[in-house]
Design a protein around this ligand. Structure first.
Ligand SMILES: C[S@@+](CC[C@H](N)C(=O)[O-])C[C@H]1O[C@@H](n2cnc3c(N)ncnc32)[C@H](O)[C@@H]1O
Length: 187
């Protein structure tokens, strides 16, 4: 993630007045910090990470950024953490950022929808991959994962969605943006 993309995420979080934010895929906490800095007083964020070493680095970075009190770094496979959150949470999330293993983006979308309310914004990173996602016959499992995710998003009646291209220091890519309408797809 480049600074421009971080700033775009932060701008989106502010636009939807996000108080409860969920991230799938933490790494060192870079996007986490962009998002958590937008939280209003009392706002909270949960970020999901499978690698213990990444979670440790992210916790240290969040502490250095003065955000440890409002961000929970939850260690484990994201599919398990999403199921656990659905069992334990009372408050839905206002913004969900999906940025973990691309092969499971479809499952993460389903998990995000279970934890959403009408108006929740779901953002997914790396859905353009310098145009490689356009290749239907690609044998890259990440490309195929993103293609399944986008097809599902386009057919999903509970959201209104599109894709925007992003450009940064790491080349060009894109965010999928989906706003949750209602459980049955009505406005
Ligand atoms: C692209 S990085 C996240 C980058 C971060 N969101 C940022 O922009 O700063 C993807 C992260 O997802 C984690 N990840 C991969 N598979 C996962 C899984 N099944 N469950 C949870 N995290 C996973 C990886 O370990 C990695 O840290």
């Amino acid at each position: 993630m480049s600074p421009l993309q971080g700033q775009l995420l932060a701008t989106l979080a502010i636009a939807v007045r996000a108080r409860e934010i969920l991230e799938v895929g933490t790494l060192g906490g870079y996007s986490t910090i962009w998002l958590a800095r937008t939280l209003p007083p009392g706002g909270r964020m949960v970020t999901l990470e499978v690698e213990p070493a990444h979670a440790r680095v992210a916790r240290a970075n969040l502490a250095r950024a003065g955000l440890a009190d409002r961000v929970e770094v939850r260690l484990g496979r994201a599919v398990d953490s999403l199921a656990q959150l659905a069992r334990e949470r009372h408050l839905p999330f206002d913004l969900v950022f999906i940025d973990a293993d691309k092969e499971r983006y479809e499952e993460y979308l389903e998990g995000a929808l279970r934890l959403s309310h009408p108006g929740t914004l779901i953002v997914a990173d790396n859905v353009v991959r310098e145009g490689r996602v356009a290749a239907a016959n690609s044998d890259d499992p990440r490309v195929q994962g993103v293609r399944r995710f986008l097809a599902r998003l386009g057919a999903e009646p509970r959201v209104s969605a599109s894709v925007v291209q992003t450009v940064g220091s790491k080349g060009y890519d894109g965010f999928a943006l989906a706003v949750v309408r209602s459980a049955d797809g009505s406005a």
